[in-house]
Write a protein that binds this ligand. Structure first.
Ligand SMILES: Cc1ncc(COP(=O)(O)O)c(C=O)c1O
Length: 314
């Protein structure tokens, strides 16, 4: 369980405020109408201090998510990246999870929302392994959800909006209540889409497959990192429709996301994946991913944004 341990400061609309002051009114537009978009970013501890993983890509996606919903953020990706650096430094954390949130606030209360103020918050706190401490090495047991992912042209899957996470909650709650660690949802055509908070990868005969963005999946930033690392290793990755049953005959399956990082799947619907343990390609990608994120190997793709921590908070 990832408990929320308060830190000192939260960034709101360009200024730092105390954690406990980051409040909104219950009649803010977002509460009734789910009008918010957000990000989840990890900051890793490296030998040279904290480093935010792919900050620019996350901030770009935040702005894109808002744009789809006609929300004017008023900050550039570079400004938000710098704010995130300052936030981590101000809270004196060596590693953490960063949560930017853009929401429609207090004002007229009707569906439209265009006259409500757009507020931007950045918070951070300590976070552990999302799918459990054992997940990264042992793998997780997952099910195929009875809930389909969002249909195209209903709620936009490329926008990381809070509304999409009502679907994710159904998938996750069903999985947990049936004794699984995570659920994989199919798209409305019945092909593999994504986990409640992760993209899905399948390995078969040494090749990697992952669903295309048209399968109602989020354009994951870890997904992109996995694809780049696989290319570095000369491992083929194909974005293609994946029928459900491919999950049962794959040599390896793994989940990729900021929270779950790269987590092997050891069974799907109680059918062991391959040998039922982490597979060699998953392990290779996982090792490389963590080595770069934790600053143990050169940052050859330019993924890390260093945080300058004052001596006084070390
Ligand atoms: C539904 C969903 N799919 C995929 C992902 C993976 O995206 P990322 O790697 O950018 O965190 C996430 C996590 O943000 C997610 O919530």
């Amino acid at each position: 369980m990832n408990s929320l341990v308060p830190t000192e400061k939260i960034w709101r609309n360009g200024a730092f405020i105390a954690w406990e002051d980051a409040r909104i009114h219950v009649l803010s537009h977002v509460v009734s109408y789910a009008s918010s978009v957000f990000e989840g970013i990890r900051c890793y501890e490296t030998p040279n201090g904290p480093a935010i993983f792919r900050a620019d890509r996350h901030m770009r996606r935040l702005i894109d998510s808002a744009r789809i919903y006609r929300m004017e953020i008023g900050w550039t990706a570079a400004q938000l990246r710098d704010a995130a650096r300052e936030l981590v430094a101000a809270n004196g954390l060596s590693s953490c999870y960063i949560r930017p949130i853009v929401l429609r606030g207090y004002g007229p209360l009707g569906v439209y929302g265009g006259d409500n103020p757009v507020e931007v918050f950045l918070a951070c706190w300590k976070w552990d392994a999302y799918l459990g401490e054992d997940a990264l090495a042992q793998g997780v047991d997952v099910c195929v959800s009875s809930w389909n992912r969002l249909a195209p042209n209903t709620l936009p899957a490329l926008s990381k909006s809070s509304a999409n996470y009502m679907s994710s909650q159904l998938i996750k709650m069903e999985a947990i209540s049936n004794g699984y660690r995570e659920g994989i949802a199919l798209d409305v055509a019945g092909n593999v889409s994504e986990g409640s908070g992760e993209n899905v990868f399948v390995v078969r005969d040494g090749r990697i497959l992952t669903p295309p963005l048209g399968a109602s999946a989020l354009e994951g930033i870890t997904r992109d990192a996995v694809m780049q690392l696989a290319a570095d290793f000369g491992i083929s990755v194909t974005e293609t429709q994946i029928p459900r049953e491919m999950l049962y005959i794959a040599d390896e399956v793994f989940l990729a996301g900021t929270a779950a990082e790269i987590s092997p799947v050891r069974s799907v619907d109680r059918i062991p994946v391959g040998s039922g343990a982490r597979g060699p390609i998953t392990e290779k990608l996982q090792r490389e991913f963590f080595s770069i994120a934790r600053g143990l190997r050169p940052d050859r793709h330019g993924w890390l944004t260093a945080v300058e921590v004052c001596e006084s908070v070390l």
